[in-house]
Design a protein. Structure first.
Ligand code: 13P
Ligand code: SF4
Length: 362
């Protein structure tokens, strides 16, 4: 949560009190001035700063008014009365805020801040799937762009995907684009799954449960049809990482995100959205954890729970989340960059699926 708008010296002493055990003092000294300026300008502009759990600690604990996972932040964006929302996260999150709050200025403090999952599927891909599987409802992960959400019946996040899939009264569901999330949801709900994708030529392929391509006239038999998108961060964690950690630190609690492979999720003690992971660590009586997700989240947890010891694999980072810096955030507030704009008919088409997402699991 943000620290109050005060001068640089006072800001630095507040930052030291919160973060001296996770951020080097030299870094705090450099960043205190930026934090003080951001908090002053934010007030002046009547702007709300939302911060995803993956933001670096010197930003996460000092400037966002609200922090959380994709679902929590989308809900906050929908109900805020501020004129401007600045999204410290990635583009699809800022777009979701704009879909819900068209009259507000929504800013992303980076030019790109993409996501490998959002980049894995286009609106044309969804249309091709709908043609091949006519009448099958489409659920898309929130990690997609507005054009893709506009083709969907429902949107979901990792914290309500299971509830949304279970609530649908259909024999089959297209669940796009994260192959691993879809497989993990299939596992949790006892459903069968096949996976579709796109060849280098652009042609749609649908594979059976064993991974063999099905002929064009054969749609296979499964409850869910997934897509071959992957999170470039969570796909890198392996069962071996977990086995090694358990061998080195007996009794360590292993926590992962459902964007990791089903094998990794099965080998872990807990899997959930980023906010659920944070909550799990806070609530657990245990002290030692391995957290398999973007490294900064571990720092953010330690900042608030100094008694916990958290192992991470910091060679695996999300380059998109890491595009958001305090420097760019200040520039964003000063110069209104980068403003998210969506064509109104597209926004309206995307709104239905997003509204359904934020309503489920309230
Ligand atoms: P959450 O919805 O769990 O915050 O996940 C967002 C994300 O991009 C994870 O990689
Ligand atoms: Fe996308 Fe993965 Fe980065 Fe999350 S961690 S924003 S899913 S690339």
């Amino acid at each position: 949560m943000a620290i109050e708008a005060v001068g640089t010296a006072e800001t630095l002493s507040k930052m030291r009190a919160l973060l001296s055990h996770v951020v080097p003092d030299a870094e705090l000294q450099i960043k205190a001035e930026l934090v003080a300026e951001i908090n002053a300008l934010k007030k002046e502009r009547n702007a709300l700063i939302l911060g995803h759990n993956y933001m670096e600690p010197a930003l996460f604990h000092t400037v966002p008014d609200l922090v959380g996972d994709s679902l929590g932040l989308a809900r906050e964006a929908a109900r805020t009365h501020y004129d401007t929302i600045i999204f410290c996260g990635v583009r699809f999150m800022a777009e979701t805020a704009k879909i819900l709050s068209p009259d507000k200025t929504v800013l992303l403090p980076a030019k790109e801040a993409g996501c490998s999952l959002a980049a894995s599927i286009t609106a044309d891909d969804v249309r091709a799937l709908k043609e091949r599987f006519p009448g099958v409802p489409v659920v898309v992960y929130v990690n997609t762009y507005a054009e893709v959400k506009a083709e969907a019946d429902y949107c979901c996040t990792s914290s309500n995907a299971v509830e949304i899939i279970q609530s649908l009264k259909s024999d089959r569901v297209l669940f796009l684009p994260d192959e691993y999330l879809a497989k993990n949801v299939a596992e949790e709900t006892g459903k069968t799954i096949i996976v579709a994708g796109k060849e280098d030529s652009g042609a749609l392929t649908v594979k059976d449960a064993g991974g063999a391509p099905l002929p064009a006239h054969d749609n296979g038999e499964s409850d869910l049809i997934g897509w071959h998108g992957r999170c470039e961060v969570h796909e890198q964690f392996t069962v071996e990482d977990i086995t090694n950690a358990r061998a080195q630190f007996p009794g360590i609690e292993v926590i992962t995100h459902p964007e990791s492979s089903p094998e990794v999720v099965a080998a872990a003690d807990y899997s959930g959205s980023t906010t659920r992971m944070v909550q799990y660590v806070k609530d657990s009586p245990k002290k030692h954890f391995l957290i398999l997700t973007e490294c900064s989240m571990g720092d953010n947890i330690i900042a608030e729970n100094p008694e916990k010891e958290i192992a991470r694999i910091c060679s695996v980072r999300c380059p998109h989340m890491n595009e958001i810096t305090l420097e760019d955030l200040l520039l964003s507030l000063r110069e209104n960059v980068t403003e998210i704009e969506l064509e109104e008919s597209l926004r309206k088409r995307a709104l239905t699926s997003v509204e359904r997402m934020i309503a489920v699991g309230r």
